[in-house]
Design a binder for this molecule. Structure first.
Ligand code: GLV
Ligand code: MN
Ligand code: MN
Length: 390
């Protein structure tokens, strides 16, 4: 908790509340420096890979390494724990192993993945997707932030280096990500920790409605081609689809941008982002798009739909999950949040540990973990690392 306190003022967002820490901004840069300093203090060897992920090695980088860590970036106006709890717990677990006199018999690394939330460039798990080859580096280079700045412009010369890194990946024997619980299952169970079992399929789609800008006062009903009407239909359709597709379905519009964004102007264009999750996210999207098209046609507005990211359902490595459960005594937890662990799992045996979140709130300032639970998380992670490094 001292480590979390250390960074509590970094990237605070006075306008939105909470924290906004995005790739390349001052807060995120400060967190990178902070992490490097913390790692060096512990005698770990720090490097930044081609995809802007940070690695801190205990022992020389080598094969069959045990890797733990998470991310330090946040959603816009996010909480203090999603990402940072996994990173500080990893550092604290290294301290715990040292205190126990453990000398790992294989390389151990703490990793900080870049831009996990996709808060600036739109694609989540940017660093881990690039590392594993799940994202084409050319596509990544062309991604734009909300101000129209491309990733190439933001990164300068480094952008040329982006891309899959099979050698680095081949060094990872096992990856374990500790994460604050997102949702509220553990509090009613009376359990502080859980072992991750699955990650639900999820993705992001951008719906762009184009109409005609005009005067809010003088434009008669029949003359309007207002993209906001079709966008509103899409928002309502997202909720209707979620109701129709059952308990595990989620469809959310949390971000919408009108152009030119004037109170007394009929918008010329509205972009909105649909986050869809569940056993069949595409079915949710299809429902929303059908309703949006109908509303767009009725208003004389065009609609363009683009998939910005997509992640299939993930079952975390069953053998590793058994080990985590045996070592920690914790039960299992499925999650509907995305993680770098979900990306890594396609190529490396990967596990997760979740730490109880008593509010259940996440991606918002009310996200929380009690000190005692965070400490239990560190002890559990240290136990797991000790076992895996044996
Ligand atoms: C990331 O936390 C996500 O679930 O979108
Ligand atoms: Mn998150
Ligand atoms: Mn996270």
């Amino acid at each position: 908790m001292t480590l979390l306190d250390d960074i509590a003022d970094v990237g605070r967002d006075a306008r939105r509340g909470g924290w906004s820490r995005h790739l390349g901004d001052d807060g995120e840069a400060t967190l990178r420096e902070w992490f490097a300093e913390q790692a060096q203090r512990r005698g770990l060897q720090v490097e930044t890979d081609a995809n802007l992920n940070l690695w801190a090695w205990w022992g020389s980088p080598g094969p069959d390494a045990v890797v733990t860590g998470s991310h330090l970036d946040s959603v816009p106006g996010g909480g203090a724990y999603d990402g940072p709890l996994g990173v500080v717990s990893a550092l604290a677990a290294v301290d715990a192993l040292r205190e126990r006199g453990v000398r790992p018999s294989r390389p151990l690394a703490v990793v900080v993945f870049a831009e996990e939330e996709g808060g600036r460039f739109g694609v989540p798990c940017l660093g881990s997707r690039l590392l594993t080859g799940a994202l084409d580096p050319d596509r990544a280079r062309g991604l734009r932030d909300p101000d129209g700045i491309t990733l190439v412009e933001a990164l300068g010369g480094h952008a040329a280096r982006l891309g899959p890194d099979p050698e680095r990946l081949a060094r990872i024997g096992r990856f374990v990500e500790l994460h604050v619980e997102q949702g509220r299952v553990l509090a009613p169970r009376g359990e502080a920790l859980a072992v991750g079992s699955t990650i639900v399929a999820h993705g992001r789609w951008r719906l762009s409605f184009t109409g005609r800008a005009d005067h809010a006062g003088t434009t008669r009903l029949d003359d309007r081609r207002d993209p906001m009407l079709a966008a509103a239909a899409a928002v309502l359709a997202a909720r209707a689809a979620m109701v129709r597709h059952g308990d595990e379905a989620r469809a959310t519009v949390g971000r919408l941008h009108a152009t030119p964004d004037g109170t007394n102007v009929v918008a010329s264009r509205v972009d909105l982002w649909l986050d869809a999750r569940g056993p069949l996210p595409q079915a949710l999207v299809d429902d929303v798009v059908a309703a949006a098209r109908e509303a767009a046609d009725a208003e004389g507005v065009t609609l363009e739909v683009r998939s910005e990211s997509s992640s299939g359902a993930v079952t975390l490595d069953p053998a590793l999950a058994d080990t985590l459960a045996a070592v920690t005594g914790a039960g299992r937890l499925a999650t509907a949040a995305g993680h770098d662990a979900g990306v890594l799992a396609a190529q490396v045996p990967t596990g997760m540990l979740h730490v109880r979140n008593p509010t259940g709130v996440s991606h918002a300032p009310d996200e929380h973990a009690e000190d005692a639970d965070a400490e239990a998380g560190v002890t559990a992670l240290a136990d797991v690392l000790e076992e895996l490094c044996r």
